[in-house]
Design a protein around this ligand. Structure first.
Ligand code: SF4
Length: 368
């Protein structure tokens, strides 16, 4: 069993972001943590006797949590859940919000993995995507985290940013490799309607990269990181052996997880369910002793099997399909194998180097 805690506070909203996060509402962190503690109590029943192997503080910006609030959360986690000895506890952090004291406190409370939203290592690109931090903040944050004692360190990088060249991206990859990071995640910028970037795209002020450019970025990440010893283990994630994220792997293996917090999603007991994405709605539901859940979908056998295939194929090792899933999809997997997009060995299916970059088209084909 895994836990996800959503911390929906940010200093400023990045113009491409469509995550649930509320800039300028840090004044409500205390009430929000109180609500999270109440939700832990509610949800602890659902974890039953299962031990928790991974806790992920995501956001938003978990590094905006003041140390006393972090202490309350860790106390609550230990009171309400059975944390496995050596559980992986990840904190997402914005390099523009960190300081050595916070990092030392997070580590001493039990966090043992830090995931930094670096995004790029060129100040002009960081300015262009509205980030509050600069490249030097990433370097400082990594050095402080190492000094504090974090060995599991990761950074997110984005590609296909407006004005970003392949050599910019290569420079970012090399700089982070040079700082000794054992894990990196590389995502392409997706521009969603309803964000300031979405509106700029509509007005023609942003030119989206074409598919070929995206493939070049995708290929470059693998080439540079493999040379530095980081193996791609999922379509967007790279790690030195042994540094793969437990939370990510659990997610793609369809392990059960409970999401706590505003807009947090869960997978447990054969259902996917989610909390309200209204900050006030979330806090006031819990203050009134009610559940903050706003949607629940019981998964049918067909939906479960599609998820098994779709999530499993994201991993480079592929997925050993259950018998029922293999039977349902064998007729659609074989032609993809013959065309060289997929390898099949018994019930194990994995994308080939030819299939990886076109994963979305393959999944669409499998959905038909
Ligand atoms: S820091 Fe992250 S969560 Fe917050 S607005 Fe920017 S991209 Fe969104």
């Amino acid at each position: 069993m895994m836990l996800y805690l959503h911390i929906p506070f940010c200093k400023r909203k990045c113009p491409y972001c469509d995550f649930i996060s509320f800039p300028g509402r840090e004044g409500e962190i205390g009430r929000y943590v109180g609500a999270l503690l109440r939700e832990m109590e509610q949800k602890s029943d659902q974890s039953g006797t299962k031990t928790v192997s991974s806790v992920f503080f995501g956001g938003g910006t978990p590094s905006l949590l003041p140390i006393p609030e972090l202490e309350r959360l860790f106390k609550g986690l230990r009171r309400h859940f059975r944390l496995k000895e050596g559980a992986e506890i990840t904190m997402e952090a914005n390099p523009g919000t960190l300081n050595p004291e916070w990092l030392r406190a997070a580590l001493s409370l039990g966090a043992n993995r830090l995931s930094l939203g670096a995004q790029a290592m060129q100040d002009r690109l960081l300015r262009g995507i509205g980030r509050i931090h600069r490249a030097k903040d990433v370097v400082l944050a990594i050095n402080w985290a190492k000094e504090a004692g974090f060995s599991k360190l990761s950074a997110d990088l984005m590609y296909a940013l407006p004005g970003q060249s392949l050599s910019d991206f290569e420079e970012s990859l090399r700089l982070l490799l040079g700082l000794g990071l054992p894990h990196l995640s590389c995502y392409n910028l997706t521009i969603e309607g309803g964000t300031p970037f979405g509106r700029s795209l509509k007005r023609g002020e942003i030119v989206p990269p074409n598919e070929d450019d995206e493939l070049r970025f995708f290929g470059l990440a693998e080439e540079v990181l493999a040379a530095g010893g980081l193996k791609r283990y999922e379509i967007s994630n790279y790690a030195l052996p042994g540094f793969e994220s437990w939370h990510n792997l659990g997610y793609w293996n369809r392990d059960e997880y409970l999401g706590l917090g505003c807009a947090a999603h869960s997978l447990a007991g054969g259902a996917r369910f989610a909390n309200t994405s209204s900050l006030e709605g979330y806090i006031s539901a819990l203050e009134a002793g009610k559940s903050p859940e706003s949607e629940r979908q019981l998964l049918s056998e067909a939906e479960t099997q599609f998820e098994e295939l779709m999530l499993g194929l994201r991993k480079m090792d592929g997925v050993i399909l259950s018998e029922g899933t293999f039977e349902r999809y064998a007729g659609r997997l074989k032609p993809l194998e013959l065309a060289g997009f997929l390898g099949l060995k018994g019930r194990r299916a994995r994308l080939t180097a030819k299939g990886l970059p076109v994963m979305n088209a393959i999944l669409a084909r499998l959905m038909d």
